[in-house]
Design a protein around this ligand. Structure first.
Ligand code: ADP
Ligand code: ASP
Ligand code: MG
Length: 402
C-alpha cells in the first residue's frame, strides 16, 4: 500500500464534470488500496477573477486582505470535491492550508512554507479518510492567512508529500506531462518521459509554468519524486527525479519562454565601486527578484544598467530605482514591458560547446534581435521583443531537432 499525494490544477477541477471525473480517479486510487491525500487549486480562472475583483475596489491591495480573498478560491474546490467523493462512498475531509498545519512566513502573496504540522491529515488517513487540502495557502507565524504565489498549489502538494513521506507526488494538469516546449506555442512539442530536478528547476525558473519553481526546489531538497500527468487522458506522464545514469543527457532537453518580465534601464549611472551594489540592495529590500542584468561599457565615467524583474513588481521597482537614481546622480529610469525571454535548457550543454553559437545563429537567421543574454551551466536565455517570442521558440525547437 502506497501513500500518494494527488494534486489537481485549475483546469482539472474547472467545472462540475471535471470535479466528478477527479473524484472518480481519487476513488479508484483509494479502492486499489492506497492512501491518498488530495491537493486542489481553485476552479478554472477563479484566482484571476478574484484578482480582477480586488483591482476593481482597490489600488493599494493590502496583502493580508488579498490573501484572505484569494484563498477562498481553493476552498470552493476542496469542499466540492469532498462532496463528490462522499457520493462515491469515499469518506473525504476538506482542510484549508491552515488546518492542514502549513505554517508560512509573513510575506503576503508570496509566502514561503516554514514548517508543516500534518497531524490532522495523518489522523484522517488513519481513520481511512481522504484529506482534501486547499492548495496555495497557509497560515503565517503571526496567524494570518497567506498565499504561496501564483501556481503555489504545486508547492503545497510537494511540501505535503515531503512532510508525509509519501511514496509519490502526482501533479495532474491539462497537458500530459513536461513537453520539449509549451505545447500551446509549438504544436510539434512532445512529452519528455523523464527529467532531472536541475533541468526542471531551470525550466520552471525560465517560464515553463507547468510546475511552480518552489515546488521543484522542494522536491529536489526533499527527494520527492514527481509524476506530472494529464487529468484528461490519465496516461503516464513525465517523471521528475534525481539525475541518474540511465537518464538521457540531451544537449538541449527543452525550450521555455517567459513573457512575465519587464526590462528596467537606469541611464547615466556613475561607474564607481559600490553603485551597482546600492541599486540592487534597495531593490532586493522591497522583495523584488532581479533576473537578468546587463551593464554597458562606460563612457566618460557613466554607464547604463538594464535588468529584468517580474511585471507584477514593475511599480515598486520603478519607484525604488527612481529614488536610488536621484541619490546617486543617475540620469533617468525607464521600463520596457514589451520584452520576452526564450531559454534553452539541457544537462548535456555542460559538455557540448557550440549550443550558444547555434542559438544566436538561429535567431539571427529569423531576423530576431537579441537584447540581453544570460547563462547557467545548463541554460542559455536571450531577451527578445515580445512580438517575436513565438517565432523564436518555434524556430529554435526546429533547429535543435527536439
Ligand atoms: P495547472 O492549472 O494544472 O497548474 P498550469 O496552467 O499552471 O496548470 O500549467 C500547465 C500549462 O503549462 C500547460 O497548459 C502549458 O500550456 C504550460 N506549459 C508551459 N511550458 C510547458 C512545458 N514545457 N511542458 C508542458 N506544459 C507547459
Ligand atoms: N489558484 C492559484 C493560482 O491560480 C494556485 C494554483 O493554481 O496553483 O495561481
Ligand atoms: Mg500551475
Amino acid at each position: 500500500m502506497a501513500l500518494i499525494v494527488q494534486k489537481f490544477g485549475g483546469t482539472s477541477v474547472g467545472d462540475v464534470d471535471r470535479i466528478k471525473a477527479v473524484a472518480d480517479h481519487v476513488a479508484r486510487t483509494k479502492k486499489h488500496g492506497n492512501d491518498v491525500v488530495v491537493v486542489v487549486s481553485a476552479m478554472g480562472k477563479t484566482t484571476d477573477e478574484l484578482i480582477h475583483l480586488a483591482n476593481e475596489v482597490s489600488h493599494s491591495l493590502p496583502g493580508r486582505e488579498l490573501d484572505m480573498l484569494l484563498t477562498s478560491g481553493e476552498r470552493i474546490s476542496m469542499s466540492l470535491l469532498s462532496m463528490a467523493l462522499a457520493d462515491l462512498g469515499i469518506s473525504a475531509v476538506s482542510f484549508t492550508g491552515s488546518q492542514a498545519g502549513i505554517i508560512t512566513d509573513t510575506d503576503h502573496t508570496r509566502a514561503k512554507i516554514l514548517e508543516i504540522h500534518p497531524d490532522r491529515l495523518l489522523q484522517a488517513i488513519r481513520e481511512g479518510s481522504v484529506p482534501v487540502v486547499a492548495g496555495f495557502q497557509g497560515m503565517s507565524t503571526t496567524k494570518d492567512i497567506t498565499t504561496l504565489g501564483r501556481g503555489g498549489s504545486d508547492t503545497t502538494a510537494v511540501a505535503l508529500a515531503a512532510a508525509l513521506k509519501a511514496d509519490i507526488c502526482e501533479i495532474y494538469t491539462d497537458v500530459s506531462g513536461v513537453f520539449t516546449a509549451d505545447p500551446r506555442v509549438v504544436s510539434a512539442a512532445h512529452r519528455i518521459n523523464e527529467i532531472s530536478y536541475d533541468e526542471m528547476l531551470e525550466l520552471a525558473a525560465s517560464g515553463g509554468r507547468v510546475l511552480a519553481l518552489r515546488s521543484v526546489e522542494f522536491a529536489k531538497n526533499h527527494h520527492v519524486s514527481l509524476h506530472v500527468r494529464s487529468s484528461f487522458t490519465w496516461e503516464p506522464g513525465t517523471w521528475v527525479r534525481e539525475e541518474n545514469e540511465e537518464m538521457e543527457q540531451a544537449v538541449v532537453s527543452a525550450i521555455s519562454h517567459d513573457v512575465s518580465e519587464v526590462k528596467v534601464t537606469i541611464t547615466g549611472v556613475p561607474d564607481r565601486p559600490g553603485i551597482a551594489a546600492r541599486i540592487f540592495r534597495e531593490i532586493a529590500d522591497v522583495g523584488v527578484n532581479v533576473d537578468m542584468i546587463v551593464q554597458n561599457t562606460s563612457t566618460e565615467g557613466l554607464t547604463d544598467i538594464s535588468f529584468t524583474v517580474p511585471k507584477v513588481d514593475m511599480a515598486s521597482t520603478i519607484r525604488v530605482s527612481n529614488e536610488v537614481a536621484r541619490e546617486i546622480g543617475a540620469r533617468d529610469v525607464y521600463a520596457d514591458p514589451d520584452i520576452a525571454r526564450v531559454s534553452l535548457v539541457g544537462a548535456g550543454m555542460k559538455t557540448n560547446p557550440g549550443v550558444t553559437a547555434k542559438m544566436f545563429e538561429t535567431l539571427a537567421n529569423e531576423g530576431i534581435n537579441i537584447e540581453m543574454i544570460s547563462t547557467s551551466a545548463i541554460r542559455i536565455s536571450c531577451v527578445v521583443r515580445e512580438d517575436a517570442i513565438e517565432r523564436a521558440v518555434q524556430t529554435l525547437h526546429e533547429a535543435f531537432e527536439l
